[in-house]
Structure formats: structure tokens, C-alpha cells
Design a protein around this ligand. Structure first.
Ligand code: APR
Ligand code: PHB
Length: 397
């Protein structure tokens, strides 16, 4: 099958998740062209159920990119959230503790739809169902990507490749093993999540620590709720009919929240594993990794999408500096700059998971320590401030 060289772009972007799409939009706004290659079809990409808490820095970035109209209209700004400890609840006042920052509840699925619509509107090539994506000459001055589309072999020539293809993508795997290092932590439990078209039990999120395990009350809108309970990874969904999940949520979230729970049929139910993962460096020659392609966080701190956004902000700024002023400083600094923020978010997500989940192997002493740390946070403005500033998003440096 001969290869047709029919595409050229300054930046080839692998993956049409939030990282790849946001990067393409930011580059477009600054006059840098790109082509986005995605292995799945549009319906699949737009249907994925993911978290939905945007840090202030991510909200600002979506505004800079000009894809904020629906977020501004439908997103729910939240100035705080609650922690429930064995049924007793206290509030973390994000706005007060951080001097004015808050978060925005707006689903990642909606962010992705907005970015795909913007991509199509501006006419950037977004090739869905691009199969066999392979990266070439990453250490040369003219890298290129080959792929097949509708059975035809294609080639995309470029100056740079952005690997935004998630944890299972081809980009990270294209870096020789001896040129990368990975850090991994798998957690001995998962999250059983349900989505239901019922009003949320509270106006703000509730993170619950309970003897039975963690629980989270979240939402997508005033009429659509998202709930999670900590579960064993071997759980069988058929053993967890909706009513059993609602019963368990009422126990773990505590009587006040339980009183506000509106039950209803789940429209989505799934189990997700919890994992912390980092790949260093985030650059190999002309290949730059961003998002889940190079780091995974447990969802407890809602950092996944926000870290992908800060990566592509660093990368977009570096590429814009290169094309604008032939200055490679941003590209040189990209990996270390992004990793510095990644590791802080990894630490927060790992810590918040440790604070709120039940680890099967922990002894009674460690359980008491966990309780004591939560009691300390309840009574300490300093501890609450540390939690709040990490939750709203650390400054971009
Ligand atoms: N070729 C082309 N596309 C690919 C390939 C490949 N070989 N492998 C994967 N992809 C695509 C996937 O189909 C997916 O659409 O890359 C995209 C990666 O998107 P995400 O997994 O959403 O990753 P990212 O954009 O980094 O977003 C991170 O997603 O998983 C959540 O919690 C995570 O919120 C975080 C966000
Ligand atoms: C979600 O709404 O899916 C959600 C919110 C907060 C989290 C994780 C997930 O920490």
C-alpha cells in the first residue's frame, strides 16, 4: 500500500481528547496550524462520561481559547464543597480561604463537544477513525506521522508532534524505554459511579469519608447528578442494582445529605480503577506529551482534565514563542515546567485519596490517624487553606 504525502502542518496532534483539541484551538488563535488525528469516531469521543470540575486556571484558558460560551451559560460556579466524616459534615469555603478563587462544574464531555464544534467551525483538519498512527523521525528536524484512513495509507509531515493520545496511546510508547522513566501507584479499590437525571442532594459537592468507604456526591446540572462510592475492583455491576447504591450513598454521605437525595434510575453505571502515574520526561526530540499520555491521577481531586489543560497551556505558549520569535526557550523548558505542576497535583490527589478512602490493609491505628487528620482540618484554617488552594488549582508558574 503506497503512502500519499497529502498533509502538512506545523503541529501534528495525536488524540482528540480535551488535551489535543484545546491545544489545536490555542494554536489556531495564535495563527499556528495543526492537524488532529483521532483513532475513534466522533460519537465515541463525545459520549465518554468523565469528571467535571474546572479549576479557575482552566476556566481562564477556555476563555482565552474562545470556547467558553456554553460554559458561561450552563456551568455552575462553586465557591465551596463539604467534607462528610462518618456522617458529620463541614464546609470548605474555597472563595474565602483562597482570597476569591472558586471552581466551575461543567462536564468534560461538554468541554470536548465545545472544542470539536470550534475545530469544525474553523476548518482545522480533525481526522476521526485514523488507524495505525505511527510516529517517525522524532529526533530529526522533520518528523512525520503515518496512518490509514478508510483503508488508504496517509502521511502527515510536520515540525512538531503533540502526543495527546491518553494513557493507552501510541505517543509515549514511541519514546525508547531507556529514554523515559515512569512512576506508578495502583490503589486497591475503584469507584462505582452512577449518573441519574435527578436533582443533586446538595447545591455543592460532598466528599465523604466513612467506615464503609469513600463516597462522592457531584452533579452535571441542577437536574443531573453524578455519585460515586468506593468499591472493590472485582465488583459485579449486577450485584449493585440502583437501590442498593442509593441505600449505600445515604449511609456514607450522612443523614443531612441522605435527606436531600432524590432517587431515580441510573442512565450510566460503571466502575473506574484508581491510579497515580507519571512519565518523565514529557518531551523526546520533536515529540511533546500532554495530558493522560504522560500522567494519570486518581479522580479524588478532579485534577485529570485540569492537568491536561495546564500542560497544553505550557506547550501552546512554547510553540507560539517558537513560531513567533524563533525562540526555543519555552520548548526547552516545557517538560520540567509541566512536571513541576504535575507532581504537585499528583501529591494532592494521592493525599486527598488517602484522607478519604478506606484502605483494606490499614490497621486501626492508621484509621485513627486518618480521623485525626480530618478533625484537624475541621478545626484549622491553615489546614483548610492548604486544601482549598490545591483544590481550586495551584498558580501556573
Ligand atoms: N491514535 C490516535 N488517537 C488515539 C490513539 C492513537 N493510537 N490512542 C488514543 N487515541 C485517542 C483516544 O481515542 C482519545 O480520544 O486519544 C484521545 C486521548 O484523550 P483522553 O484520554 O481524554 O486524554 P486527554 O486529552 O489527555 O484528557 C485527559 O481525560 O481521562 C480523562 O481524567 C482524564 O480528565 C482527564 C482527561
Ligand atoms: C465528577 O463530577 O465526576 C467528579 C467531581 C469531583 C471529583 C471527581 C469526579 O473529585
Amino acid at each position: 500500500m503506497s503512502q500519499t504525502t497529502d498533509l502538512r502542518a506545523q503541529v501534528a496532534i495525536i488524540g482528540a481528547g480535551p488535551a489535543g483539541l484545546l491545544l489545536s484551538q490555542l494554536l489556531h488563535v495564535a495563527g499556528v496550524d495543526s492537524v488532529v488525528l483521532e483513532q475513534r469516531d466522533q460519537a465515541y469521543v463525545e459520549a465518554r462520561i468523565r469528571a467535571g470540575i474546572l479549576e479557575q486556571t482552566t476556566v481562564d484558558l477556555l476563555r482565552r481559547a474562545g470556547v467558553d460560551a456554553r460554559m458561561n451559560a450552563q456551568g455552575l460556579p462553586h465557591d465551596g464543597f463539604s467534607l462528610a466524616v462518618d456522617g458529620e459534615t463541614f464546609r470548605i469555603d474555597l472563595r474565602d480561604l483562597t482570597g476569591g478563587s472558586s471552581v466551575m462544574v461543567y462536564g468534560q464531555t461538554e468541554v470536548t463537544k465545545d472544542l470539536i464544534a470550534a475545530c469544525k467551525a474553523r476548518g482545522t483538519p480533525l481526522i476521526f477513525e485514523a488507524a495505525d498512527v505511527t510516529l517517525h523521525d522524532l529526533e530529526g528536524a522533520s518528523p512525520y506521522v503515518t496512518f490509514t484512513k478508510d483503508g488508504e495509507a496517509r502521511r502527515l509531515d510536520c515540525d512538531f508532534i503533540a502526543g495527546c493520545d491518553g494513557y493507552h496511546g501510541v505517543s509515549r510508547a514511541s519514546i525508547p524505554e531507556d529514554r523515559r522513566r515512569t512512576f506508578d501507584r495502583a490503589y486497591p479499590f475503584g469507584w462505582l459511579g452512577i449518573l441519574a437525571d435527578v436533582p443533586p442532594c446538595e447545591a455543592e459537592l460532598i466528599y465523604a469519608r466513612h467506615e464503609n468507604g469513600f463516597a462522592l456526591a457531584s452533579m452535571r446540572s441542577p437536574t443531573r447528578s453524578r455519585y460515586y462510592i468506593q468499591c472493590d475492583m472485582g465488583l459485579r455491576l449486577e450485584d449493585w442494582p440502583d437501590d442498593r447504591i442509593w441505600d449505600e450513598l445515604a449511609v456514607r454521605l450522612g443523614p443531612a445529605a441522605a435527606h436531600g437525595i432524590t432517587r431515580g434510575p441510573s442512565i450510566e453505571k460503571s466502575v473506574a480503577p484508581l491510579r497515580s502515574f507519571v512519565c518523565e520526561p514529557m518531551r523526546f526530540g520533536r515529540l511533546f506529551l500532554a495530558g493522560d499520555a504522560c500522567h494519570i491521577v486518581p479522580p479524588t481531586g478532579a485534577k485529570g482534565l485540569n492537568l491536561a489543560a495546564s500542560d497544553v497551556r505550557f506547550l501552546a505558549d512554547a510553540l507560539i514563542l517558537f513560531y513567533g520569535r524563533s525562540d526555543e526557550a519555552g520548548l526547552e523548558a516545557y517538560s520540567s515546567r509541566a512536571l513541576a505542576r504535575v507532581w504537585k497535583a499528583e501529591r494532592f490527589s494521592w493525599w486527598f485519596t488517602g484522607l478519604t478512602h478506606r484502605f483494606p490493609e490499614t490497621d486501626s491505628f492508621t484509621r485513627r490517624i486518618q480521623r485525626a487528620e480530618l478533625d484537624y482540618i475541621r478545626g484549622s484554617r491553615a489546614a483548610q487553606t492548604a486544601l482549598a488552594e490545591n483544590y481550586v488549582g495551584l498558580p501556573i508558574q
